[in-house]
Design a protein around this ligand. Structure first.
Ligand SMILES: NC(=O)c1ccc[n+]([C@@H]2O[C@H](COP(=O)([O-])OP(=O)(O)OC[C@H]3O[C@@H](n4cnc5c(N)ncnc54)[C@H](O)[C@@H]3O)[C@@H](O)[C@H]2O)c1
Ligand SMILES: [Zn+2]
Ligand SMILES: [Zn+2]
Length: 390
């Protein structure tokens, strides 16, 4: 089959690779019909993620048609239309039973590497480095789905593919990010980033009762989407000091809830901490550019909450932990506990409360994926979200 393979920083190609096969009775094989490119893929493309290997297949936002099931998979059959979540979870361990699916204790075969890096291993993830299991991803013609009796969501209605595809990652991720804020009546929610995850965090903040949503980015079409689709007020961080502007907008109190939907590749226009990050990551002395996380801690109101869906990989430094402690802040984060959110959010789509396809700007063939990685990374051609159609 054809698949998008990683060959080093900035180098992804379409290769011919062997078709996946059932390896375990709980596996299914899915013929991929659509697959997103995610901001997380950019961290791999840009070389931020350790333990990638030459030839790894990327992609973790797939959907398609079941073509084969293992003998222990009774809830799916050949021909079913499914959305596959990016987290691989067993469904029966201590963590899965608590619906902490992205913390699954059994799905990462390389748990030992992750344990050395993080103290404990999170769940295995599709297309996301060997520390996270080395599972081939879904930017391919076919995908092997382990624990297929737990992960894939069957789509039984006639909803078009583009409306349900983002149940694989970014809609649940934006929703969990907003839920992790603990929004209370009257709250102002500030969201760093206007990328796809942030767009769904904006939508979800309203669903969960925010009184006001302020979104921050510098890319004009992304700010515009936050304003038009998201009904958010916006701040362009390349034109305005974010701290000053947020305090002004909240009469000096600061936003009640802050969401970092940017993660480890934050940009900045000249702030000292950001310049240091850039130098340190460029010479391999640093792992993350944490400017947004620092800024969110400084901006957040006392007693407020910081929610971090943005991905971090290693040891972000210079975090103002004194401010975090003395202001009495709370932080919640994590890879999304996908299987907890997919069904309830599908109901919202079916009820017409949201049509997630609004973020899509580019629809291309799998063959064009290498070019689209660059377009998406460089935010060229108005690119906000790419869907690959094998
Ligand atoms: N927790 C999870 O389970 C999960 C799931 C999916 C994605 N993610 C992570 O969420 C993050 C966002 O994903 P995405 O697909 O929206 O990515 P994206 O790269 O398209 O969007 C990031 C946005 O942040 C903006 N940005 C950069 N620096 C900024 C700054 N200083 N202030 C404000 N905005 C700034 C960029 O201009 C861009 O629009 C990534 O880190 C991704 O890895 C996490
Ligand atoms: Zn993703
Ligand atoms: Zn589990």
């Amino acid at each position: 089959m054809k698949a998008l393979c990683w060959h080093g920083t900035g180098d992804v190609r379409i290769d011919k690779v062997p078709d996946p096969k059932i390896e375990n009775p709980r596996d299914a094989i899915v013929r991929i019909t659509a697959s997103g490119i995610c901001g997380s893929d950019l961290h791999l493309f840009d070389g931020f993620m350790p333990t990638m290997e030459d030839g790894d297949i990327l992609g973790h936002e797939p959907m398609g048609e079941v073509v084969e099931v293992g003998s222990a998979v009774h809830n799916l059959k050949k021909g079913d239309r499914v959305v596959v979540p990016f987290t691989i979870s067993c469904g029966d361990c201590f963590f899965c039973k608590k619906t902490l699916f992205s913390c699954c204790d059994t799905s990462n075969p390389n748990a030992e590497i992750a344990r050395k890096a993080m103290g404990h291993s999170p769940a295995g993830l599709f297309g996301f480095s060997h520390m996270m299991g080395g599972f081939p991803g879904g930017q391919a013609e076919y995908l092997r789905v382990p624990f297929a009796d737990v992960g894939p969501l069957k789509i039984e209605s006639e909803l078009p593919e583009e409306q349900v595809l983002f149940l694989s990652d970014i809609f649940p991720t934006g929703y969990m990010a907003a839920e992790n804020c603990g929004i209370e009546e009257g709250d102002t929610v500030a969201i760093w980033g206007c990328g796809p995850v942030a767009q769904f965090a904006i939508q979800s903040a309203w669903m969960l009762g925010a009184a006001r949503v302020i979104a921050i980015d510098r890319v004009p079409e992304r700010l515009k989407m936050a304003e038009q689709q998201g009904r958010a007020e916006t701040i362009n961080f390349s034109e305005t000091d974010v701290y000053d502007r947020l305090q002004e907008m909240t009469k000096g109190r600061g936003p009640d809830r802050c969401i970092d939907a940017v993660g480890c590749e934050a940009h900045s226009t000249g702030a000292v901490d950001a310049v240091l990050d850039k130098v340190k990551t460029a010479v391999m002395l640093g792992t993350d550019r944490a400017h947004v996380l620092r800024e969110a801690i400084m901006c957040c109101r006392k007693g407020g909450t910081i929610s971090v869906p943005g991905a971090y990989v290693g040891f972000p430094d210079k975090l103002p932990f004194g401010a975090f402690m003395n202001k009495g802040l709370t932080m919640k984060t994590g890879q999304t506990h996908m299987q907890r959110y997919m069904k309830p959010l599908l109901k919202k789509i079916e009820a017409g409360e949201i049509d997630p396809s609004f973020v899509i700007t580019h629809r291309v063939k799998l063959d064009d994926a290498p070019e689209m990685y660059k377009t998406f990374r460089d935010k060229k051609d108005g690119c906000i979200k790419v869907v690959l159609k094998p």
